[in-house]
Design a protein around this ligand. Structure first.
Ligand code: GTB
Length: 218
């Protein structure tokens, strides 16, 4: 069964791969699963039809037969659990790869998102200038520890996994702010992931939406 995902019809990032459909597209490309994309204008995202799929009226969603999922982490985990290639078969390495997925979205991503909020949503508030360095320090704290753990390895725990896919997806947001370059092994880790053919295909597909060259299905 070919799954259908949703994505922005007009992504505010102009196709730079920062919207969260990118990580789902990437996972589908890694496992070789073809998929369809339904593009949503902002107005339809809050309509009842989409809210029936996503309680918060956001993208991405994932539909596959009777199954409807929201939350990019849950969607990537589902793809990884139902296909070969993104999770180790052995129980303990598999559990550790899933732990890295949670670390990405529950530990590393929150301060990176706060940076976006403080710069672009709260930028005009009188306290914003004082808050910015605090948030930046929180991000540096996480990046330093992640950098120490990665060391000279290619991936976080053995072979490339859904844990790396989620971590890189999250770090791409920090790359845009220039903070990733302070940790050369993390910058190289992200570059290594971006060079994967599956990443390149996913990136090209979401960019094609912005440039107007998207096909109806992938
Ligand atoms: N926790 C959810 C998940 O992981 O799936 C969060 C989903 C989410 O935040 N979706 C965003 C959305 O639908 C798009 S990805 N926003 C519309 C709304 O809430 O009404 C977040 C995003 C948006 C824009 C950029 N950008 O322009 O760079 C990057 C990321």
């Amino acid at each position: 069964m070919i799954p259908t995902i949703t994505a922005f019809a007009n992504s505010p990032d102009r196709g730079r791969g920062l919207a969260r459909d990118m990580r789902v597209r990437w996972a589908l490309e890694e496992v070789g699963q073809p998929y369809e994309v339904r593009l949503l204008p902002f107005t339809s995202m809050k309509e009842p039809a989409h809210r029936a799929l996503h309680p918060f009226g956001q993208i991405p969603t994932y539909e596959e037969g009777d199954l409807v999922l929201f939350e990019s982490g849950a969607i990537v985990l589902h793809i990884a659990q139902t296909h070969n290639g993104l999770l180790p078969r052995e129980a303990n390495p598999r559990a550790r790869a899933i732990a890295w997925m949670f670390a990405a979205i529950n530990t590393v991503e929150p301060p990176i998102l706060e940076l976006v909020t403080v710069k672009f949503v709260e930028g005009d508030k009188p306290w914003s200038k004082e808050r910015l360095p605090l948030v930046q320090e929180r991000i540096r704290g996480q990046l330093k520890q992640l950098s120490d753990r990665l060391g000279n390895a290619d991936w976080l725990d053995g072979a490339f996994s859904a844990g790396d896919l989620m971590m890189v997806s999250v770090l791409l947001r920090a790359k845009a702010s220039g903070m990733l370059d302070e940790y050369p092994n993390l910058a190289a880790y992200v570059a290594r992931a971006e060079a994967r053919p599956a990443f390149e295909r996913a990136f090209a597909a979401q960019l094609a939406v912005f440039t107007g060259h998207a096909s109806s299905g992938d």
